[in-house]
Design a protein around this ligand. Structure first.
Ligand code: HEC
Length: 165
């Protein structure tokens, strides 16, 4: 037996034992990280969904509870009541000015699901009252000067509505 092989013969068991214990330690210690990684991502995704739900709820409150967008942007039945199954779907303007007014619009666009324009254009309209034409929208569209975060909430809500018709 040479010096070399004797050396391997004596050290091999220690080496194997060391490798086995290293593998054991890694398995035990590594496990929490392996398990923790996907769990750690989940609360973030949930928080993001939560943020979006909060934004949409705030937009709904502004649109339906404060600004009354549905007052004009929802078609009316023969008795003049808004048709709730067609909420914010646009149609004819349901009233006329008491005296003829230049630049009075006859139709309102659909807002539900597919509001007209890009997000940036909608936010510009709601924060500055400048429409896509570069001018204020025609009457009777009110002039809105919302904060940017309110306008973002409104856009998020309008886009979240299912397009049924
Ligand atoms: C009193 C009636 C009325 C109310 C209330 C109203 N709108 Fe309008 N809206 C109109 C009319 C009329 C037009 C069409 C204007 C035009 O053709 O120039 C219009 C146009 C728009 C447009 C299209 C603008 C463009 O660039 O073409 C958007 C978007 C819009 N409204 C969003 C809203 C939102 C959001 C609300 C609520 C925060 C709202 N409107 C409330 C009457 C109204």
């Amino acid at each position: 037996m040479s010096f070399r092989s004797a050396n391997i013969a004596t050290t091999a068991p220690y080496l194997i034992a060391a490798l086995l214990s290293a593998a054991f330690v890694l398995t035990i210690l590594g496990r929490p990280y392996v398990l923790a990684a996907p769990q750690a991502r989940r609360p973030q995704a949930a928080a993001k969904n939560n943020d979006q739900a909060t934004l949409i709820a705030r937009g709904k409150y502004i649109v339906d509870g404060v600004a009354g967008c549905g007052y004009c942007h929802t078609p009316r039945d023969q008795d003049g009541n808004p048709v709730h199954s067609r909420w914010l779907e646009g149609g004819p303007v349901f009233y006329e000015p008491a005296r003829p007014l230049q630049g009075w619009a006859n139709t309102v666009p659909r807002l539900a699901g597919l509001p007209p324009g890009s997000d940036a254009e909608l936010i510009k309209l709601l924060t500055t009252s400048v429409a896509r034409t570069g001018k204020p929208p025609r009457w009777p569209m009110p002039r809105f000067y919302m904060t940017r975060s309110d306008a973002e909430a409104v856009v998020a809500y309008l886009k979240s509505i299912d397009v049924k018709h």
